[in-house]
Design a protein around this ligand. Structure first.
Ligand SMILES: [Zn+2]
Ligand SMILES: [Zn+2]
Length: 659
């Protein structure tokens, strides 16, 4: 049985809002963490008994003092609810790294994240003089890591070489590309960050949450700009994605270019890429691409993706025809679509209401970036909605993934302060369902339709399109770039494998392709003639953000959380009179998430008897009393009994007090 010696978690911690503010929409955490009243007593009791440390664990490299009271609930991500108070603490375990140094003239590629998952994209390109980083993202937690806020790339390798890092290049403003910045940049020497305007604004906005960090050096680049970082020349190309200012990266080396696409798809008409795409990719026609790293997210899908233009047309049609209020739910990260909806509403003389924090923030950033200029009375405050006839209202809202606290779910649950639906209203769910969110979305649709609203979702109409290239688009891209070597990135392992098949079709021989894992070290040797994978790899243990703590959280913490979730917790509090070895009173039993107490009186009664007998039997003649030993025995006996009676294994915590 484990007691959580190293936890710093409090049951009062409010969950961060995981509304799919960005990334490609991950499931919001719908665990409604109970804010138990007795929780405090329980912990105090534990602490008094020495079974639990005080919550003062001081991880190394603490970035300053934490203002717990005001900040605890603000680990909100993307954007703070109360502005800027998050202080990060770092925990690291030392890992001995014994990696062969880079040979002069060789080029080293290391993906630190994003090649075994969707998320936490980060890749380093290292030459004799410089290290250049592409993207610095985060990943939303997995089902196997309960309580974790998100997962970061492991940057230990970079931390040890920070003097060599010349730049972080950010391809676009989604959180799987920028989300790691507050947690990582100061650890790797705060190198300058080069990116385009909108992305820079999004990075800045997010950084406001972390006022204790040194300021970032943000450098806005133009897509046609050529920059020198250290001794390396870097330039960019524009790509089509779901957010403006998305770009790919070109790094010049003596043996040819290294091209990183970032996230991309193609704008096309019935499978024929547009003139703009042709022009952009003409940059590669001269050849001489040494290495390509490209997005694998949707390579399993056949043909071409639905062009965003088509989605805009369909949404515009819906906006035009709506005879009641129109609620459009989409990912707040779909900035292009959001802008288009507002412009279309304006065209048909309708008013737009924006609701949901991430949605409001992103509209604000888009306005700031000058991406669009609505007339000043197009966007109206939600309170004024009632002053207009229903057919004049278009609301852009969060929650299309069925997230528990986002706007649409509140509307569905009739708990929204300003929006109550009726039969004339239409709800558009302009997003696909992120795996894992199916139940939430079903519940959302059920409850919305129960109120009579008409629902349009992506399965009945082309009102959503992903920002990533399908199979045929990817093939087109490969044929344009014609790389010598290829490393698939951005995706789960199987996606990377499918992507290599496409590379082969486009003419890249198998021996020139490396399928990476996180932390894999790939060296380009012999003046660009050979690509090899080293047997050593960069440190790659999971780095998790857990509340304010960042680190490779011990497995035991995660395991305890899994057990707590499955079988709950059971505490036994015993007070012994050390003079006579008898119990002062009947043992106290406390349980949470285990059995329904009112219906389990018999079980509790039996357990009390077992505890009493076990204690008194164990300490007969034992002077002084060995409390640790006694606790172990009590734990074993109680666990065995509870399992026998309930077939469940709650975490049993014994508290033994001697008086
Ligand atoms: Zn993206
Ligand atoms: Zn991405």
């Amino acid at each position: 049985m484990t007691t959580q010696k190293q936890t710093t978690q409090s049951p009062h911690k409010e969950k961060p809002d995981r509304s799919p503010a960005s990334l490609h929409g991950r499931k919001p955490d719908s665990h409604n963490r109970r804010n138990y009243k007795q929780g405090g007593n329980l912990q105090d009791m534990l602490r008094k008994a020495g079974a639990m440390p005080r919550q003062t664990a001081k991880p190394q490299g603490s970035a300053g003092k934490t203002k717990k009271k005001t900040t605890r609930a603000n680990a909100k991500w993307g954007h703070p609810r109360t502005r800027g108070k998050t202080t990060i603490k770092y925990r690291t375990t030392k890992t001995a790294v014994n990696i062969p140094p880079l040979q002069d003239g060789d080029i080293r590629i290391i993906p630190f994240g994003g090649v075994e998952e969707i998320g936490r994209n980060m890749t380093a390109i290292e030459t004799k003089d410089d290290i250049i980083i592409v993207d610095c993202g985060l990943q939303f937690k997995e089902a196997e890591t309960p309580g974790i806020d998100f997962i970061l790339p492991n940057t230990k390798y970079l931390e040890e070489k920070k003097d060599k890092i010349r730049a972080i290049l950010i391809t676009h403003g989604h959180l799987d590309h920028i989300g790691g910045i507050p947690y990582i940049t100061s650890r790797i020497g705060n190198p300058p960050i080069y990116t385009r305007n909108l992305t820079a604004l999004m990075i800045k906005k997010r950084q406001e949450e972390f006022p204790d960090l040194p300021p970032l050096t943000l450098k806005v680049v133009d897509k046609e700009e050529k920059i020198r970082v250290g001794k390396t020349i870097v330039h960019f190309f524009s790509v089509t994605h779901t957010i403006p200012d998305a770009m790919g990266i070109i790094i010049e080396t003596p043996y040819g270019r290294i091209v990183h696409t970032g996230d991309l798809k193609l704008d096309h008409m019935d499978g024929v890429p547009t003139k703009t795409e042709e022009k952009e990719f003409a940059k590669f026609e001269k050849g001489n691409t040494l290495l390509l790293m490209a997005d694998s997210t949707n390579v399993e899908r056949t043909g071409f993706s639905i062009p965003e233009r088509k989605v805009h047309e369909n949404l515009e049609h819906i906006i035009k025809e709506a005879t009641g209020r129109l609620l459009i739910g989409t990912f707040a990260s779909q900035i292009e679509r959001i802008v288009h909806v507002i412009e279309a509403a304006e065209k048909y003389k309708k008013k737009v209401v924006i609701d949901g924090r991430s949605m409001k923030n992103n509209v604000e950033i888009a306005l700031l970036a000058g991406i669009f200029k609505p007339q000043k009375d197009t966007i109206i405050p939600i309170e004024e909605m009632k002053n207009y006839p229903s057919e004049k209202i278009v609301a852009l809202v969060t929650g299309a993934q069925g997230d528990e606290y986002a706007v649409l779910m509140r509307v569905a649950n009739k708990s929204h302060r300003h929006i109550a639906l009726d039969k004339r209203d239409t709800v558009v769910l302009s997003s696909s369902i992120v795996p894992g969110n199916e139940r939430g979305v079903q519940k959302l649709k059920d409850n919305l339709s129960r109120q009579g609203a008409h629902i349009i979702h992506y399965q009945v109409s082309d009102i959503h399109s992903s920002g990533h290239a399908n199979h045929d688009e990817t093939l087109w891209i490969h044929k344009k770039i014609k790389p010598k070597f290829f490393i698939p990135v951005h995706g789960y392992h199987y996606m990377l494998r499918v992507h290599t098949e496409i590379a082969k079709k486009a003419g890249t021989p198998e021996q020139n392709v490396v399928i990476p894992d996180n932390g894999m070290i790939i060296d380009i040797k012999e003046e660009g003639r050979k690509i090899v994978q080293l047997k050593e790899s960069a440190p790659k243990s999971l780095v998790m953000v857990d509340g304010f703590t960042v680190g490779d959280i011990q497995e035991v913490v995660i395991r305890d959380r899994q057990m707590l979730a499955q079988d709950g917790i059971f505490m036994v509090v015993v007070t012994i009179d050390v003079n006579n070895g008898k119990l002062r009173k009947s043992p106290d039993l406390i349980s949470r998430g285990f059995v329904y107490i009112r219906e389990s009186q018999e079980l509790f009664k039996e357990t009390r008897i077992i505890v009493k007998k076990t204690v008194e039997k164990t300490i007969v003649g034992m002077r002084p009393i060995n409390f640790d030993y006694l606790k172990d025995i009590v734990t074993d006996e109680v666990s065995r009994h509870l399992f026998k009676k309930t077939n469940k294994r709650p975490i049993v915590i014994p508290v033994v007090l001697g008086v």
